[in-house]
Design a protein around this ligand. Sequence first.
Ligand SMILES: CC(C)(COP(=O)(O)OP(=O)(O)OC[C@H]1O[C@@H](n2cnc3c(N)ncnc32)[C@H](O)[C@@H]1OP(=O)(O)O)[C@@H](O)C(=O)NCCC(=O)NCCS
Length: 178
Amino acid sequence: MREPSIRDAHERDLEAITQIHNAFVSTAAIEWTDVAHTVEERGAWLADQRSAGHPVLVAVVGDDVVGWASFGEFRDSSKWPGYRLTVENTIHVREDHWRGGAGRQLMNALIQRATDMGMHVMVAAVDRENDASIRFHERLGFHEVARMPQVGTKFGRWLDLVLLQRVLGESAPPPHTG
Ligand SMILES: CC(C)(COP(=O)(O)OP(=O)(O)OC[C@H]1O[C@@H](n2cnc3c(N)ncnc32)[C@H](O)[C@@H]1OP(=O)(O)O)[C@@H](O)C(=O)NCCC(=O)NCCS
C-alpha cells in the first residue's frame, strides 16, 4: 500500500470527507447519529473549523482522500474558559486503508498542530464497542480515563462512552487572569 501524505483539507475534498464520514452511520455506533452528513453541511463545518482556527487534515494516496482528522473544543470555552487548552479529536480512515498507517500519520500531524497552538490535552471520546479506535488511540499515546455507561443511544439501545486522553506538553498552567 502506498504511503499516505497529509495536508490541510480543501473544498474539493468535501465529497470524499463526507463519504468517509458516512460509511458507518447506518450500520455501527462509531458515530452517535442516525443522520447521514451532507456535503453542504460538511462545507459549513469546514468553514466554521477554519474560522475557529481548528485544523482539518486529510490523508491522500495518489489522488484519493483516504482519511481525515480534526479537532474542536472539548467543552464550550466561551461558557467555561477553563477548558480552552483542551481539544477533542475526530478521525476517520476509509476502510480499505485501515491498518495502512494513515490514521497514525493523521493523528501525529493533528497532535503537532494542537501542540503548536499551545493546547495542553487532547481527548478522544469513543464508543465502548469500537475496539479498533480504543486500541488505535492507545497506540498513539492516549490512555483511558473514564467510562460513562449509557450516556448515548442508537439502534434502540444504550451506548457507553470511553474517554481517553493524551497530555501534549508538560507546560505549567497559564497565569491567573481573574
Ligand atoms: C481507528 C482508525 C482511525 C485507525 O486508522 P488506521 O489508519 O487503520 O490506523 P493505523 O494503520 O495508522 O494504525 C495505527 C496504530 O493503531 C493500531 N491499530 C489500528 N487499528 C487497530 C485495530 N483494529 N486493532 C488494534 N490495533 C489497531 C495499529 O496496529 C497501529 O499501531 P502500531 O503502528 O503500533 O502497529 C480506523 O480504524 C477508522 O477510521 N475506524 C472507523 C472510524 C473510527 O472509529 N474513528 C474513531 C472514532 S472515535
